[in-house]
Design a protein around this ligand. Structure first.
Ligand SMILES: *Cc1c(COP(=O)(O)O)cnc(C)c1O
Length: 437
């Protein structure tokens, strides 16, 4: 048992769940003493502290870095106004302005916004919208989602039901999870042309599945262009055009989960832009508040909004306690404005080039199966499971924080990383992979 963090670690281990954790056999955790810019300050084994570049951007969120002065100011100013009010019967400027901004920057057909507290709940709301939409259209038999294998959409029950059945541990919840319709995973690789044979075979399989099960399907749900927690797996935008076409043909809604990919991560503001298609429903979260507070949103078209509103329930049946929390809305607005006020696309492209160049040498290391980069996401895939503790420590000794999973060591750094910091990240990952294998 590691005692990094000493007494605190013991107290943590006695009381706290961490993500996907065991209380019988707790994994080591590091105590954070501070965070500033792109750096975390963590306790080390020797009783001192160590600084590390956060190559994870706190799981995709912290795009502008920690203690960003603009975002700090936005939160403080809203605290001085009011921190929270119920959203039933009341409204406020931060929510209105943020909704307007999201509609302005997202694909054109999306016109209406539902705010909630987490990505998983935004996917719940998207699925609920789709089900209520089909009921309103007289298709109450259409209760399933069509998705592809390898996806990740969150940990509550409806999102979990559309996660990859194997990685998402569906076997643990047999009988409790809605059975959805799973197509094959799109063939790997962003750069496949439309007439690529594997892509055409995939399209044919999806088309056959959709034709066969159309009467049961309410909507298609996917992460566009990059499957995140399901494997850091980029695929061709052409696949999204196939899905858009199937949705149109059969009257399914197309739900795009951009909780990980939104706000520039793959090189376009939203990943759907790579494909030139628009969703009927869009989920955003994670980087929405620049990592400051938990907030997510579900956007939809006017057709979806009015069909649901004019349907049997007469309303969208959802309303969380902390809906449109003003602090979260205020900082989200500041984060989006800060992003758009700079050449974010140039920054992401620069990070992308730095990741490609810096991780390229990893490709020839023993034990490395694949190295891939899309936008500001860099991935080293090993040919077996990562020794999580040894790998994390080896990267940390090189001044960088990562959180590998399965066979993947990867980074999606804050956009404010300099070229030198990106080089530190890539050489730390490459060096650690060489050392640990
Ligand atoms: C993280 C994530 C979610 C879940 O968001 P939470 O805020 O953790 O509930 C859903 N979909 C995708 C694509 C994600 O990356």
């Amino acid at each position: 048992m590691s005692v990094v963090g000493g007494e605190w670690w013991q107290r943590d281990a006695e009381r706290l769940w961490h993500p996907y954790s065991s209380l019988s056999d707790p994994s080591p955790v590091r105590l954070v003493r501070g965070a500033d810019g792109v750096r975390l300050r963590l306790d080390d084994e020797a009783g001192g502290t160590v600084e590390a570049i956060d190559a994870m951007a706190s799981w995709w969120c912290m795009i502008h870095g920690y203690r960003n002065p603009v975002l700090d100011a936005a939160v403080k100013s809203q605290v001085d106004d009011f921190s929270h009010v119920m959203f039933g019967g009341l409204t406020h400027e931060p929510a209105i302005r943020l909704a307007e901004r999201l509609v302005e920057i997202s694909p054109d057909p999306l016109q209406h916004v539902f705010f909630c507290d987490s990505g998983s709940v935004s996917v719940e709301v998207a699925i609920k919208l789709a089900l209520q939409y089909q009921v309103a259209r007289g298709n109450s038999g259409r209760t399933r989602m069509l998705t592809v294998r390898g996806g990740y959409h969150g940990d509550t029950f409806a999102p979990m039901s559309v996660c990859d059945p194997v990685n998402g541990m569906h076997s643990l919840f047999t009988g409790a999870l809605k059975e959805q319709v799973f197509g094959p995973r799109p063939p790997a690789g962003f750069d496949r042309p439309d007439d690529d044979p594997e892509l055409r075979a995939w399209a044919a399989a999806l088309t056959a599945l959709a034709d066969e099960r159309a009467g049961e399907i309410a909507a298609i749900v996917v992460e566009p262009v990059l499957q995140g927690a399901g494997g850091m797996y980029p695929y061709s935008p052409a696949c999204l055009r196939v899905l858009r076409d199937l949705a149109d043909r059969h009257g399914f809604l197309l739900i795009l989960d951009e909780i990980a990919t939104g706000f520039g991560r793959t090189g376009t503001l939203f990943a759907s832009e790579h494909a030139g298609i628009d969703p009927d429903i869009l989920c955003v979260g994670k980087a929405l508040t620049g990592g400051y507070l938990s907030l997510a949103a579900t956007l939809c078209t006017t057709d979806v909004a009015h069909t649901v509103s004019d349907g049997p329930g007469g309303a969208l049946m959802h309303g969380p306690t902390f809906m449109a929390n003003p602090l979260a809305c205020a900082v989200a607005l500041a984060s989006i404005d800060l992003l758009l006020s700079q050449d974010w696309a140039g920054r992401v492209a620069g990070i992308s080039a730095g990741l490609s160049a810096g991780l390229a040498p990893a490709a020839s290391l023993p034990g490395v199966k694949d190295v891939r980069v899309i936008g500001a996401v860099g991935v080293v895939q090993l040919d077996g499971p990562v020794d999580m503790k040894r790998m994390t420590d080896a990267v940390l000794r090189r001044g960088v924080w990562v959180r590998p999973f399965r066979d993947l060591v990867y980074t999606m750094p804050p956009y404010v990383c300099t070229a030198e910091e990106i080089a530190t990240i890539t050489s730390a990952i490459t060096g650690a992979v060489e050392e640990v294998g």
